[in-house]
Design a protein around this ligand. Sequence first.
Ligand SMILES: [Ca+2]
Ligand SMILES: [Ca+2]
Ligand SMILES: [Ca+2]
Ligand SMILES: [Ca+2]
Length: 444
Amino acid sequence: MRIRLISLALVITLIFLSLVPAVHAEDWDEHEIYEIGEIRHFAHLVICDIDGANFSDVVVASYAENCTYWYECPANPATEPWTNYTIGSGLLGARDVFVYDMDGDTDLDVVVTSWFDNKVVWYEHPDDPKTEPWNNYTICSNLNMAGGVFVYDIDSDTHPDVVASGFLSDTVVWCEAPDNPKTNWPSENKHTISSTINGPLGVYVYDMDGDGDPDVVAAAEVGNYTVWYECPADPKTGTWNTYTIGSNLNGSVDVGVAYIDSDLNPDVVVTAHEADKVVWYKAPDDPKTTWPQNAEHIIASGLDDARGLKIANIDGWSTLDVVVAASGNSTTWTGGKVVWYQGPEDPTDPEATWTPTTIAELRGAYDVDVGNIDGDAYGSPDVVASGGFHYGWPSRLVLYASNWPLWPIPEVPFGTVLLLGTSLLVPVAIASARRLRLNRHVRR
Ligand SMILES: [Ca+2]
Ligand SMILES: [Ca+2]
Ligand SMILES: [Ca+2]
Ligand SMILES: [Ca+2]
């Protein structure tokens, strides 16, 4: 009886699991974080709790206004207005942001790249981030068109360092934090990882070869490839060996690392704004080779101007998903959107497809982040996206609050649920009755 019960429960579980949760665009409540007005050209953004009020705020760089802002999350984020505060101004072409506690005083500081000032700065979180100015310190300069940024303690001395890309100088560097980061960092603290990468943008830090030290992944927008650099024994003086992850992917811009399939090798996800694709590269057993051609798996194609990406588990099922901001067609000014790609059960299956759900149309969509902004009991992740970056179109910063439970109730007729429920309950009742009789018998 027990085996029969277990098999029945298993069958019911399998039926339940096979019902892929149906989530549609209407399952997201759209709310403007920024009241549409002048053109701000919002670029990259991060969801984080700046004021420690346990709501997720949003930090965003404004490329056109040369500013970095944070938007305070109200008690009801999907219905109430968000409040705007300036973190820093006068940084020409503020582009990428990374939020991290740079000085170890437990509050979150903000690192920003400047496309036209060719530098990276960090803003120190003041006691009151709403009323007091944020002091800023230069991390590195002479990085022509500073594009992407990532904070990580590269030399393991407990001080968080900064990895950044220089688009026009064809360089990826890491800047070694001085003991006191609250100063302009000395120029000799800038260490070259590569000076031959062709037009790099997105950078990501992860231990790609599992030897315990942090390696660097970079997307070359002009060179149409993605590479990783192996951290040498001494990251300050050693040479960072280069391994090609993927090539011939036109306009590779953003990059993320995650365990996409079930093996223990970290894989790489890349968006390509000219190829209009999102792909993931399956890491070979030995990542210290040129990754094989068949490492490339398509997540999306025909996605006009795919830009920012975020790897996250949106639906709470066992596979990872990818959310992408796609700017749209720059000739017709149409088609920009934010799309969630639901990871297939076996992503390595050549037949596997990533199920797309358009969260919303968003002209000139540029970047996305994922977090449980509204702290709802469901725990289902919300999405924030920036839009209007490229075209002379009003900039937008939009919250898409998911309004469905993380574990969706499957869409099956009530009768079926009743039938399944009854079929499970009857044997359970019989078994319980038998057990009861047996217990009574034993007690006697
Ligand atoms: Ca801090
Ligand atoms: Ca360090
Ligand atoms: Ca490593
Ligand atoms: Ca893998």
